[in-house]
Design a protein around this ligand. Structure first.
Ligand SMILES: [Zn+2]
Length: 116
């Protein structure tokens, strides 16, 4: 297991995450929240989210120990911002900084397939 250095985001990016998360949290049912979280995640880097998600990825890269390696297998290159708590099951954590890691997308899917 590798330990990640923790870093904080700029106030602007934190505010962006909070505003998107607020919108998700306002959905009445769990399935609506999950649907909203998924849709918002797909468009996370468009327009208003572009700067925030660039900063998020850059910060996660800085938090990697030496090279950008996947937190799950510690072998593959980490390519994507992934959720520690899957957004499908925890839509209330979809846009929360502490829930992000840098991982290889295939390992992330595999890891979750085992966990669920
Ligand atoms: Zn991996």
């Amino acid at each position: 297991m590798i330990f990640l250095n923790s870093e904080t985001l700029s106030a602007t990016s934190v505010a962006h995450l909070e505003s998107v998360q607020d919108e998700i949290n306002q959905a009445v049912s769990f399935s609506e929240k999950a649907k909203k979280a998924d849709a918002k995640w797909k468009s996370k880097s468009s327009r208003t989210g572009k700067a925030a998600f660039k900063e998020i990825k850059d910060t996660l890269i800085r938090m990697c120990v030496g090279v950008e390696i996947c937190v799950y297998c510690e072998q593959n290159e980490a390519t994507d911002i992934e959720h520690i708590y899957p957004k499908k099951m925890y839509p209330e954590k979809a846009f929360v900084w502490d829930n992000y890691v840098l991982a290889y997308s295939k390992c992330n899917s595999h890891h979750k397939a085992i966990q669920l």
